[in-house]
Design a protein around this ligand. Sequence first.
Ligand SMILES: Cc1cc2nc3c(=O)[nH]c(=O)nc-3n(C[C@H](O)[C@H](O)[C@H](O)COP(=O)(O)OP(=O)(O)OC[C@H]3O[C@@H](n4cnc5c(N)ncnc54)[C@H](O)[C@@H]3O)c2cc1C
Length: 191
Amino acid sequence: MMVKRKTDPPDFLADLEGELFVDEPMSKHTSWRSGGTADYFYTPENRADLLALLAQLPLSLPVTWVGLGSNLLVRDGGIRGIVIRTSKGLREIKLLDGKRVYAESGVSSAKVARFSTANSLTGVEFLAGVPGSFGGALAMNAGAFGVKPGTGLSQLNARTARASAPGSWRGRFRSHIDRCNCRRRAGLFQE
Ligand SMILES: Cc1cc2nc3c(=O)[nH]c(=O)nc-3n(C[C@H](O)[C@H](O)[C@H](O)COP(=O)(O)OP(=O)(O)OC[C@H]3O[C@@H](n4cnc5c(N)ncnc54)[C@H](O)[C@@H]3O)c2cc1C
């Protein structure tokens, strides 16, 4: 039986606050309940913890981002490198100036819709019916009723393990994500 075990962090994961597992079955983190093990599976405690992790990751280590795992079919061979789960520690959502919502990538799409409605903001109602995290919705360009998440997006911050992390975003978010090759590497999105 595969046993989930917490481990002493390897050298490249020192002084972090989040939770690290080795050989973690991805079946525990996907809606399909299938998939082999991830070499490392890290759940950051918060945004600062994630940034600390990204700053010390070896560039050679493959990174895979996971939100709520609603759209992931992981092969039996598992995932090499590190999987970073956003849906537990990156869940801050707040009103910025009465007109905009700041949402970290791990907030569920449904919560972004509910929070916006509760604050009399329109435009993202369609997210109420989209499962998964807001970061996952952005990465997948999830939409409904002809509306895409980029429609109401005013700013997007994406970080990678590479130093060439993009800054703030203006314009078409899809091409921004493609340009910086962050579809699988970016971890922080804010609206
Ligand atoms: C029942 C059902 C109904 C759905 N209805 C719709 C619909 O109406 N419209 C629609 O467009 N889609 C729909 N979807 C798909 C939906 O958009 C995705 O399931 C969801 O957006 C994925 O979010 P997640 O957090 O679960 O991502 P995951 O399944 O965890 O990941 C999906 C992909 O996004 C990447 N990813 C996740 N988070 C990040 C991040 N922070 N940074 C970078 N990459 C990231 C992952 O690496 C992976 O490639 C539906 C899915 C289901 C199961």
